[in-house]
Ligand binder design. Structure first.
Ligand code: ZN
Length: 210
């Protein structure tokens, strides 16, 4: 399948930050490999938005915030199950910075998420309580952007939930699968692929976008 880019399309680049790449505190295996693909992809789009995971110290999603808990365990948060992660993307730290080799000078918006201490935010549209909006829907709508291409880290969490929410908000959605990498906690990559298929969200290769 080939996808022709129009002026109403936006590329949403999810969380290409040091902590999500090898050497980082919540490294996605081979996460760094998405960078050259995303740099090239961004040059094809008139509109690019970057998201940045941006947690205060002591964030609820950190295992270290819960006595006796370890990373990758699940707790019952007020809004439902929440996987606990190693401390990552703490506001103002080098780990929270975008990769140095991510070169998208044309990006029009950097959307930070996960800054409420008691709610995690995988999706770029809604926090994990599924009711607190980030404002991205309004931003895209006001600007007349109708179709969202999504790439970045991690495929099975922030990319997946951003794609699902974009779809529910009425945007057309395309996931650029080769420009994503997954963490894969308990089969979460397969689950993500199934969830996206069920919604009819196409998974395409960056080479098919022009
Ligand atoms: Zn996070």
């Amino acid at each position: 399948m080939s996808e022709k880019i129009t002026a109403r399309d936006v590329l949403l680049v999810v969380d290409v930050q040091n902590d999500f790449c090898p050497g980082g505190r919540l490294a996605v295996p081979r996460g760094d490999e998405v960078v050259p693909l995303i740099n090239a992809l961004a040059e094809k789009f008139a509109h690019v938005v970057l998201t940045q995971d941006w947690h205060p110290p002591g964030h609820l999603s950190f295992a270290s915030s819960h006595a006796g808990r370890k990373p990758f365990e699940t707790i019952a948060a007020s809004y439902g199950p929440q996987i606990l992660w190693p401390d990552h993307c703490v506001q103002g730290t080098p780990g929270a910075q975008f990769r140095d080799d991510l070169r998208i000078p044309s990006a029009e918006l950097v959307l930070r998420k996960g800054y409420h201490r008691a709610i995690d935010s995988y999706s770029a549209f809604y926090e994990n309580d599924h009711t607190t909006p980030t404002g991205l829907t309004g931003y895209l709508r006001e600007r007349g952007l109708a179709r969202v291409f999504i790439a970045g880290l991690a495929f099975d969490f922030c990319v997946r939930y951003s794609a699902e929410d974009a779809h529910r908000q009425g945007f057309a959605v395309v996931v650029v699968e080769d420009a994503c990498r997954g963490i894969d906690v308990d089969g979460s990559v397969a689950a993500a692929r199934e969830a996206l298929n069920k919604l009819g969200i196409p998974l395409v290769a960056s080479g098919d976008i022009g």
